[in-house]
Ligand binder design. Structure first.
Ligand SMILES: [Zn+2]
Length: 94
């Protein structure tokens, strides 16, 4: 079974929310987050999460150091992204 098939076959077997800061959507533990937020991440970060993800890590709760590092990178990216949402940044306008 490919990694993609594995992830697609996974269910919501426990409480697990999207990793996007503040999102409360329930997603299968094999997935990083809800579709909407996953596709908001830059492709470079998505590729890294996908590469570092190991099928089963959500069950034995032993993600690799690489996975934890890229999960943090995504979190930092989200903070930056949300910090420059239009309407919140008044600094550039006279
Ligand atoms: Zn989400």
């Amino acid at each position: 079974m490919s990694k993609a098939d594995y992830v697609r076959s996974q269910t919501q077997f426990r409480n697990h929310t999207c990793h996007w800061t503040g999102c409360k959507a329930q997603v299968p533990p094999a997935m990083w987050g809800c579709k909407k937020h996953w596709f908001k991440l830059p492709k470079a970060i998505r590729d890294k999460i996908w590469a570092a993800y190991r099928p089963g890590q959500e069950k034995d709760l032993q993600p690799s150091r690489e996975y934890v590092a890229v999960a943090r990178e995504a979190e930092a990216w989200i903070a930056q992204y949300e910090g420059r949402q239009p309407g919140l940044d008044f600094g550039d306008h006279p």
